[in-house]
Design a protein around this ligand. Sequence first.
Ligand code: GLY
Length: 359
Amino acid sequence: MAGTAVAAAAQQASGAGGKQIVISSANGLRACAKAMEVVKGGGDTLDAVIAGVNINEEDPDDDSVGYGGLPNEEGVVELDACVMHGPTRRAGSVASIRGIKTPSKIARLVMEQTDHIMIVGEGALRFAKAYGFREENLLTEKSRLAWMVWKRSLRDAGGHNNWTDGLDAPAKKPSAELQRMFPGVSEELLAYAWDRAVHPPTGTINCLALNLKGEMSGTTTTSGLAWKIPGRVGDSPIIGAGLYVDPDVGGAGSTGRGEENIRVAGAHSIVENMRHGMSPKDACLDVLKRVARNYDNDNARLSKFDINFYALRKDGEYAGASLWNGRIRSGQLRPSTFAVNDGGKSRLEKCVYLLERKA
Ligand code: GLY
């Protein structure tokens, strides 16, 4: 028998008879596939989710995670990540770490190699280097350009910006003016940079994996809010906000505007909801209602951001949920989705949602 088949047979023989499922935020189709490959091979569920999100962390085209993530207001990429290992009930986390492409691996080292749970900033970088990680520049040309466009889009009350020649009115969208500022840059890249400048993303990837033995682990990793104040930490590395796994119940994670999630301790609240009998879907919707309640259910203010939750119960039932039904882009509604892999090809499923935007 091939190794994979042996592992699967051993798991079945253990009598667990459960489901193997990996779920993730919508940017995690490849991450889910990779994690499932590890799970099917009999690997540990934490190895699985970390191998999965490493794809995003190392991908310069995912500008919300790891290498190529959009930087802080000074043009420096700062990353947050955490991990939780269900079988041993342990956790590790790093925040505001610079110069390391794969913060999920450092969070795991914090969990395994220290008596701490969270290490931040300069200390986190020194810790990573002590374990042989190489410090690298995480800013790509694309993310540097988006940062420069953002800097040039800022204006004081008099309409002035030191990063322009002072004679130009701010462009409302990629224009001849923007092309004059950045000669030789394609219109497509300028459109991307302008979109990021005016809609600072809080992308992030969360990934949760369950194996046939009923073991579960999770990770969340991000470059955080684009153009943040240096040192800003979002929800992703906060155990109980960006991620929570309780092997007796299940796990949950989040992407989107971290400030809102921290205020409701989203992942922990969802797991507690499931502990008290709610389905993953209802558990997520209940926490989204708490987010809305923090704004007195004022849809005009809530429309300024989005937040997503993902929940995986220990019996394999799962859900993805968003505050809004999707985003409007070019007059079209793009529905909120999340990624799932239950052993075959990864797919996107629609999130349940609390509020509706009209195209
Ligand atoms: N959820 C990612 C962040 O707000 O940093």
